[in-house]
Write a new protein. Structure first.
Length: 285
């Protein structure tokens, strides 16, 4: 009983500690600005809502510390190439590198040295295409209902073979309609393809990232080969042997699988930070 009470007390203290964690402090406006707003509110010159808006505006206008030095702003491209090296040497954290790279790209964009391609807007379907799609759906539904009627005529005692023959006969009798629907689908697809804007050019990976991606692909191939070999072994194995082989495979390749998973995540993050824009995705891994 005493032990149970002790556990409850410890749990209560733990919960109190969790709920008692201080919330992050919100930024405050400059003291003199806050005082002016308070005086205006006390004098009845502004409402509480207006005072709140003025406080929020004052906080938003607080100047943020400069991320880049004057030299970095003058030659952003030159410094952007040095960021990753600084991270490797431990002179800069990943978080600091992300901020600097973002700021450097902003400066490079102003100078025309960095272009952020925009994701092309997906074209809206024209009224003609929408009408054609509606007609196709209506024709398909009509054929489907007609086929259901033919199958219903066979009765519930019909075998699978009889039903299959009835379906094939229906397709042959209505071949022209099926072909017309297929051609209409193809025409719509071609119309949509021709109206689709060109895809933006994907940024080129730097040499270092290319090496990492290729090394990761090789590890994927090794794991795939190991799985393929396991499947071959399982074909002629007994139930007990299969369980042993699978357990051995998992244990042998556990570290390799985790390594691939970790490296994939790291490389994707690097690609996003270095070359990926809103018009591209990390989809080549």
């Amino acid at each position: 009983m005493k032990q149970s009470i002790a556990y409850l007390l410890i749990a209560g203290l733990g919960a109190s500690f969790v709920f008692a964690q201080p919330k992050p402090l919100r930024p405050l406006p400059p003291k003199e600005v806050a005082e002016e707003i308070k005086q205006a509110l006390d004098a009845g010159k502004i409402t509480k809502e207006e005072a709140k808006e003025k406080m929020e505006a004052a906080v938003a206008n607080i100047e943020k510390p400069e991320v880049l030095s004057d030299d970095e702003k003058r030659s952003p491209k030159e410094f952007a190439d040095k960021i990753q090296q600084s991270v490797k040497e431990g002179k800069l954290s990943q978080e600091e590198a992300k901020k600097k790279l973002g700021a450097l790209r902003g400066e490079m964009e102003k100078k025309g040295e960095f272009k952020r391609p925009k994701r092309p807007v997906k074209p809206e379907l024209s009224d003609a295409v929408k009408d054609s799609l509606a007609e196709i759906k209506a024709d398909q539904k009509k054929l489907h209902e007609s086929m259901k009627g033919k199958l219903a005529e066979l009765g519930q005692s019909a075998s699978k073979e009889e039903m299959r023959e009835a379906i094939e006969a229906f397709k042959a009798d209505n071949k022209d309609q099926f072909d017309a629907i297929k051609q209409a689908h193809e025409a719509i697809r071609e119309s949509i393809e021709s109206a689709r804007p060109e895809k933006p050019e994907r940024p080129e990976l730097n040499a270092e990232l290319k090496v990492k991606v290729e090394a990761l692909k090789e590890k994927h191939k090794e794991l795939h080969s190991a799985r393929k070999e396991l499947h071959e072994q399982l074909k002629e194995a007994t139930k007990e042997e299969k369980e042993e082989l699978i357990a051995e495979f998992k244990e042998t390749n556990k570290a390799k699988h985790e390594e691939i998973k970790t490296q994939s995540k790291e490389i994707k993050e690097e690609i996003r930070e270095l070359v990926e824009t809103e018009a591209t995705r990390t989809s080549d891994l």
